[in-house]
Design a protein around this ligand. Structure first.
Ligand code: GLU
Length: 270
């Protein structure tokens, strides 16, 4: 009796161990792609911004989340599942998007995310789907005209963005204030908590549209190629998403979306 109980105990332990190992395994180790998981679930779970006009923005009046990134996510849901509504959008910020992808909360990140070598250590990226560049937003009466005027000034940025890292390098004399998201960052600029806000030109453009008293200055001082973030080691899904982006461009749908959100033709390199 005692002998059998010991065996049952050992077996349970073995199963528990196998189960834990299975749960920890990455896509690469198990051989299953996120693509299979999406098909099984019959729904794509996309991490998008809720506070970034033109890319991913939750309209407080309608409750709808919309933007260029959101439309790309819907087009991907349509390609995978035949219906753009088979999608669940989850809010990510610049600092939550990579952890949320890694722990399986979302299938992909489509959220104004620059492809960088540092981020490539943690996740994989699709091909570039948008080219942005970092700039500055200031009140229209501000004396600040570019990065050379930032010494001793308070510059607002968002935690987890490339923008705060870059500005520390480009304007080491500036005092950088980090906020959790772009809504709070812009609110801080408007209530004079800082002298300038820095991030990608297109994000600043959305803020300028919201309040034309704030204007872009200083041109572009970095290159920010946006990619779709995918869990590491899932070559199947990376290839699938790259094919999808190519089809989107070849079919003219990319151009349509670009015109819809940015009111201009996409440049030749997009
Ligand atoms: N594209 C930059 C980045 O990936 C800034 C925009 C953002 O914070 O999402 O960090």
């Amino acid at each position: 009796m005692q002998f059998r109980l010991k065996h049952v105990g050992l077996l349970t332990l073995l199963f528990a161990l196998l189960f834990t190992l299975g749960a920890c395994a990455s896509n690469k180790e198990t051989g299953t792609s996120t693509l299979d998981q999406i098909k099984q679930r019959d729904k794509l779970i996309a991490g998008v911004k809720y506070d970034t006009r033109l890319f991913g923005y939750k309209d407080p009046n309608t409750g709808q989340v919309e933007g260029f990134d959101v439309d790309i996510a819907k087009a991907l849901a349509k390609k995978i599942l035949g219906d753009e509504n088979k999608i669940e959008l989850k809010e990510v910020t610049s600092s939550t998007r990579i952890p949320m992808l890694k722990n399986g909360d979302i299938d992909i990140i489509i959220a104004t995310m620059t492809i960088t070598d540092e981020r490539k250590q943690e996740i994989d990226f699709s091909d570039v789907y948008y080219h942005a560049g970092q700039s500055l937003l200031v009140h229209k009466d501000s004396p600040i005209k570019g990065i050379d005027d930032l010494a001793g000034k308070k510059v607002i940025g968002v935690k987890g963005s490339t923008s705060v890292k870059n500005i520390r390098e480009k304007a080491p004399q500036a005092d950088v204030l980090e906020y959790p998201d772009y809504a709070q960052a812009f609110a801080a600029l408007r209530s004079n908590k800082g002298d300038a806000l820095t991030t990608d030109n297109v994000i600043l453009m959305g803020m300028h549209q919201e309040d034309p008293n704030y204007v872009l200055v200083g041109g572009l001082f970095t290159d920010e190629p946006y990619g779709i973030g995918i869990r590491k080691g899932d070559e199947t899904f990376v290839n699938y998403v790259n094919d999808f982006l190519k089809e989107l461009k070849d079919s003219g749908e990319y151009r349509e979306l670009y015109m819809k959100w940015f009111n201009e033709e996409p440049p030749a390199n997009q």
